[in-house]
Design a protein around this ligand. Structure first.
Ligand SMILES: [Zn+2]
Length: 444
């Protein structure tokens, strides 16, 4: 393998600021798509860009090898999270930098490294005349903003996608260095934006304090009543109805990946950890639903004192869901709760901005087992089956639409710092990952 060429391509790819959350960087989205299109066309892929409503396009690329071969679907995404807080980066976020056996840069772990690994794995199989299977790439550009159009976009390639025998979604990490893992379950999500408005203008607290409602207090109370911060339990009526109980067999699997409170606290570099409500031996975030508030804007936070009662407040919050929880039902319950909890006269809008159904794949499936065996062979350690608390909308959508096994794995390490400053991928795992992909894709 020409390692320099591979790194050069990854470096070019990382230098393109394909931040899907930022409408001002739409040009960079186009640049990222162009780079991938050029690369895939060189490999004789037929490339199609699927566009909807000015959203970052879905790059669909297909290469036919033989009628007798199987068809592999490869999913990854080319968009990245915003780079801020920029000050906390030790290397420039959009410059691929090699340091101490790691490659740093925004998106290198999530998910640009995996995109390039997949492309090179397929390329090498083609060059060595070892690619007997047909390959379809599905490269998304809106994963980091909630995959809003993914389900709609795949409709136009539904016919070819229905021929896929197995989907590989490379957008998660390894258990440890040289310990591969397959993620068989992901949590679902419902994400909201709320705006509360108490009046037409900001007011002087000396004149109007106590006489009018303060929207910051209204929202704080509303939010704090949604969750018991001690136990982590969500307090919305019927929220836990139908939640799947984890069976004995799965409990045994999960014991292998148990992260204790101490270890979790160290990994998260957090000053405090919620000790309660952990079922003994299992990490809370993986198997329970959760509620979090992500940001609030209101009032004055500038220099000095400004005694203002703001007229409005905006916030973003979300719920992570587990098996058998339906995002539509949860959306309905949350809307009902908020409607009841808002004080009379306060105007508000509540918008749902993302919804994902929880994902689950059967670990007894033969393709899953084969993949686990190939990973073990390359990395020299047993493949771990694990769950993760995150959501990858595409995995669930592909499974629901095509009913084929969807296998989730990847080659980043737990300290990859995806979505944070100093995002990285381990260099050794990057190269070994390409070898693993070659072996998996040529042997299905
Ligand atoms: Zn990702």
């Amino acid at each position: 393998m020409n390692k320099n060429k591979t790194l050069q391509l990854l470096s070019n790819f990382v230098s393109i600021q394909s931040v899907s959350a930022d409408p001002k960087r739409r040009k960079q989205i186009t640049m990222a798509v162009d780079l991938l299109t050029r690369e895939l066309r060189k490999m004789k892929f037929e490339v199609r860009l699927i566009k909807k409503n000015n959203a970052p396009p879905l790059l669909y690329a297909a290469r036919h090898s033989s009628k007798a071969g199987k068809t592999i679907g490869i999913y990854a995404h080319y968009d990245v999270q915003p780079e801020d807080p920029v000050d906390e980066w030790k290397t420039p976020p959009f410059e691929l930098t090699a340091q101490n056996g790691k490659l740093y840069g925004r998106g290198v772990a999530d998910d640009k490294g995996h995109v390039i690994q997949n492309i090179y794995a397929i390329k090498e199989l083609i060059v060595a005349n070892k690619l007997k299977n047909n390959v379809v790439f599905i490269l998304e550009g809106e994963e980091e903003v909630g995959s809003l159009h993914f389900e709609e976009m795949i409709q136009s390639v539904k016919k070819t996608l229905s021929k896929v025998d197995v989907f590989y979604v490379t957008d998660v990490g390894m258990h440890k260095k040289n310990v591969p893992q397959i993620m068989y379950a992901l949590r679902g999500l419902v994400y909201f934006e709320i705006k509360l408005c108490v009046g037409e203008r900001d007011l002087h607290s000396g004149i109007y304090g106590n006489a009018v409602l303060n929207p910051i207090l209204v929202l704080s109370k509303l939010i704090s009543q949604m969750k018991d911060t001690k136990s982590g339990r969500i307090l919305i009526d019927h929220f836990y109805d139908g939640v799947k109980k984890i069976g004995e067999k799965e409990r045994e699997l999960l014991k292998k990946t148990y992260t204790g409170n101490k270890e979790l606290q160290k990994e998260a570099q957090t000053f405090t950890i919620i000790e309660t409500n952990h079922e003994k031996g299992y990490l809370l975030p993986k198997i329970h639903p959760s509620f979090d508030i992500h940001g609030i804007t209101s009032g004055y936070t500038g220099v000095g004192a400004k005694t203002v009662i703001p007229k409005e407040i905006k916030a973003k919050f979300s719920f992570r869901l587990v098996e058998n929880q339906n995002p539509d039902t949860i959306e309905h319950l949350v809307k009902k709760y908020i409607k009841k909890a808002i004080p009379r006269g306060v105007k508000y809008t509540l918008k749902t901005v993302a919804k994902f159904v929880p994902f689950y794949t059967d670990t007894d499936n033969s393709h899953v087992k084969k993949t686990a065996a190939q990973l073990k062979e390359i990395f020299g350690n047993e493949t771990i089956y694990n769950r993760t608390g995150g959501s990858i909308g595409a995995a669930e959508v592909l499974q629901r639409h095509f009913g084929k096994p969807v296998i989730l794995f990847g080659f980043t390490l737990p300290d990859e710092k995806a979505h944070s400053p100093n995002e990285n991928i381990d260099e050794e795992m990057f190269w070994k990952g390409i070898e693993a992909l070659k072996s998996i894709y040529s042997k299905i």
